[in-house]
Write a protein that binds this ligand. Structure first.
Ligand SMILES: [Zn+2]
Ligand SMILES: [Zn+2]
Length: 393
């Protein structure tokens, strides 16, 4: 049977770390206390910490034995602009900011792994521990890559863990191919010609044009995308006008678009513009588009999912890993790292908790050691028997 690392010397500390991080949540790219705290722990265990990658990101590396294939582990550490309502003793001390996505837990699990691997004198290999800022909306993963992450710390494979409420406590889950969706947002400005509500024939009514665009956009997924693909087009906001008897000049639509396939994503981006443009033209109106291009779909490498699944069943039992039938429809900027380096994004069950991004959510401290142990085993197994780099000096 497998030997998990002995976390007993830092068992209570891990919970303390997580709760401390929970109490000092910071929004992406303005993280100060969080990276300082992470660096302090890593340095106390003998790591050299490389700071200020993409403003607030950190990397610490463990290099033992002859240079060999390096494995990368990524944890995100930013929080969300949410007012916490958990009432917990370690709740946010920063008003309006909250760790509502469990990044405090992801960071603590990776710290636990860094501690365990540093303690393990038998470990040979190279591990890059990547602590990433600004996962929520700001694309910290891409910023770290653009700031030379993989040039400075080349990885042959890379893994990340994210907790999932509703999945059984500590259960691991993932799938080959798409595991999370892409996200893009487009603002469509419909330019008509306003006027008196009693004289519609003298106007170009952007409310009618916008309504027609909303309805036409509903056909994109149903008539342009294969039923085997998953995608969503949502008009989340439609603003126009100020009074019942005035036809306004403009209407503004905010549209979000999610897919799990790069080709479908490109096709939907084109079709949204086409559909809106030709709808507008049929009413003699004009449209303009402002895109906020978000994260690509998160695509796991099949071989790396198999590798992780094998490690999980070897060390945690054959039932500990669930192969998901379908991707999650949330988005994740680890996608940018997986575009550069083969790897896998793995979910770990947070149990029956409030959902992610909810004001009553909390990370489950009961899974801290288990997540840390998974990183530990992935590092050991990547450098152990069966891998080409097993010839330990
Ligand atoms: Zn989130
Ligand atoms: Zn998250």
């Amino acid at each position: 049977m497998t030997q998990h690392p002995d976390f007993s010397p830092i068992r209570e500390k891990l919970v303390e770390f997580r709760r401390h991080l929970h109490s000092i949540p910071e929004i992406g790219l303005s993280e100060i206390k969080t990276p300082a705290f992470i660096a302090e722990q890593l340095e106390s265990w003998g790591y050299t910490v490389h700071r200020k990658i993409a403003t607030t990101g950190l990397v610490a590396s463990l290099e033992r034995g002859r240079p060999r294939k390096a494995i990368g582990f990524r944890a995100d550490f930013d929080a969300l602009p949410i007012t916490e309502e958990t009432g917990l003793p370690y709740a946010s001390q920063h008003p309006g900011t909250m760790h509502a996505c469990g990044h405090d837990g992801h960071t603590t699990m990776l710290l636990g792994a860094a501690w365990a691997l540093a303690q393990d004198r038998a470990f040979k290999g190279t591990v890059h521990f990547i602590f990433q800022p600004a996962e929520e909306n700001l694309g910290g993963a891409k910023l770290m890559i653009d700031d030379g992450l993989f040039a400075r710390f080349p990885c042959q494979r890379i893994f990340a863990l994210h907790n999932l409420p509703g999945l059984e406590v500590g259960q691991f889950a993932s799938r080959a191919g798409a595991i999370a969706a892409s996200i893009d947002v487009v603002t469509i400005v419909v330019k008509g010609r306003g006027g008196h509500g009693a004289l519609p024939e003298t106007t170009i009514d952007p409310v009618v044009v916008g309504s027609s665009i909303v309805m036409a956009l509903q056909t994109l997924v149903s008539r342009n995308v294969s039923p085997h693909e998953r995608s969503v087009v949502t008009v989340g906001s439609f603003r126009a006008g100020s009074a019942a008897n005035i036809i306004p000049d403009v209407a503004v639509l905010n549209v979000s678009m999610r897919t799990t396939n790069a080709d479908v994503r490109a096709e939907l981006q084109r079709r949204i513009e086409d559909v809106a443009t030709f709808q507008a033209r049929s009413f003699k109106a004009e449209v303009g588009f402002t895109w906020e291009v978000g994260y690509p779909a998160t695509i796991n490498a099949a071989a790396e999912v198999d590798r992780a699944a094998a490690s999980i069943s070897r060390h945690f039992g054959s039932d500990a890993f669930t192969r998901l039938d379908a991707p999650m429809m949330f988005s994740e900027d680890f996608s940018f790292m997986l575009e550069r380096v083969p790897g896998a994004y793995i979910l770990i069950g947070n149990g029956d908790s409030s959902g992610l991004h909810s004001a009553t959510y909390d990370f489950n401290d009961g899974i801290l050691e288990r997540g840390a142990a998974l990183f530990y085993h992935l590092a050991k197994d990547a450098n152990g028997p069966g891998d080409g780099s097993a010839e330990v000096a």
